[in-house]
Write a protein that binds this ligand. Sequence first.
Ligand SMILES: Cc1cc2nc3c(=O)[nH]c(=O)nc-3n(C[C@H](O)[C@H](O)[C@H](O)COP(=O)(O)O)c2cc1C
Ligand SMILES: [Mn+2]
Length: 520
Amino acid sequence: MPTDTLSEFLSFLEKNNELARIKTPVSPCLEISHIADRVSKTPAPHPHNELDRSFASNLGGKALLFESVAGSDFPVAINTFGSYWRINQALGSNSLEDLANRVQALVKPEIPTTLLQKMRKLPHLMRLASYAPKSVRSGLCQQVILEGEQADLTKLPIIQCWPQDGTLEPPLMANPSALPNVSQRGTGRYITLGSVFTTNPLDGSRNIGMYRVQIYGPRLAAMHCHVHHDGARHLRLWKSQGKKMPTAIVLGGPSVLPYSASAPLPPGIEEIMFAGFLNSAGIELVKCRTIDLEVPASAEIVIEGFVDPHSPLMEGPFGDHTGYYSLADYYHPFHVTAITHRKKPIYPTTMVGRIPAEDYFLGKATERIFLPLLRMIIPDIIDYTLPASGVFHNCAFVRIKKEYPCQARRVMHAIWGAGQMALTKFIIVVDENIDVHNEQEVLFRLFANCDPQRDAEFVHGPVDILDHASPDLGVGSKIGFDATIKIPGEGQVRPYPPDLVMDHEIKQLVDQKWREYGIS
Ligand SMILES: Cc1cc2nc3c(=O)[nH]c(=O)nc-3n(C[C@H](O)[C@H](O)[C@H](O)COP(=O)(O)O)c2cc1C
Ligand SMILES: [Mn+2]
């Protein structure tokens, strides 16, 4: 079952031998990050039960709770969702497949026509209504309220993940001609697992995104929100009104929250509703103290403030999940107006770097949960996967039931038009008999079945901001490979040879006689 608070979730993990408490004093700078990095590359205590057959599927180690962190009174939780078992527990599912089936049932377009059908549908609709957030008057997250000068980010155990994080040297800048304002130098410490709450100033609709936030001083930080994401869209709207954007960074709270913040929901579909759906009950929200926003009442810590769209500052670099540093560039300052927290809060964070790390499992949850939604717009897709080697935005393997010429290309173009999937740099499309979760199998078909000139589809367009190979930031080329068996109408095609498959009878015969052969 999902839990209401982070501390409850950690107790649950501890009971299940999934949490290690570290009492030895540690530094928030690099030490915690390196321990988490090592642990995430070791086997997870509970085995996984997912389709993923990559090297990463059984890894993740334990969640870690550092009880004594230099410079802060608060403990640090890390790697909390960093295995298949733990992310499933957080989302209240046995497997991500089960969760995808729940989403499938939700999106199935069954429009009731008769009265009886409508009545049958009623409990379902009532359940949907129960997923809406509920406003409450007070909350755990406001047991301690620090406003104005009392609010101090440097009292939180915010970690530095990689040695060159926040180092402003020209080679580490996306825009080397830009002169960083030295009065606004980042500390290299980043809030990495914050759920960032904002609203659309035009209609009041809410968004939650997971964006890193670098600390510059007690009440100054910078928010790294990509131009393609909803938080940046909200900021542009606030800017056009000549206003700063009220923003709350929520740490902890319901166990479904961090994943929901990272989920690529279409603009206008509220993550807080989705969190309620995953939680099987609406999330309780309390009013912020200094800004006009509501946040989960059960959060450990809430940082309230405004993002100023008018005065950009140099943000980054940051060792990222791409396995490289994302370079420093202009982003926007976040001015803190209050920090509220529960008594004895736990500070949650994550370390990103080479996969497998914690965010691999958050990304895999998205891969599975969004399959039904992807299939609503592209029904040709039977299954897909974002392989570990592609770090999500770099590569998708897609399995289709091929029925007509150039269908694979149609699927590619549909993906390049679909939400955050549009940023996918390499798409490999295979036939329906290929297991996309087996990377070796997909690569084998790609290399064997493609004539590179005939079967590649190049396009040009927006790419992920973290892609460092594209000629321009956020703009570059993308390629799709049609690795299906070619049929007439797809250019010059010779007959494809059949797969090597042994006769069933011979396999049975050899099975029966195996011991006789004496091949031990
Ligand atoms: C651990 C983690 C860190 C992330 N950091 C960032 C970030 O710094 N900036 C960003 O724009 N997206 C980041 N993302 C991805 C977004 O959270 C994700 O794309 C989300 O769907 C964006 O939501 P939105 O479309 O509502 O803005 C991160 C995701 C995870 C799991
Ligand atoms: Mn969104």
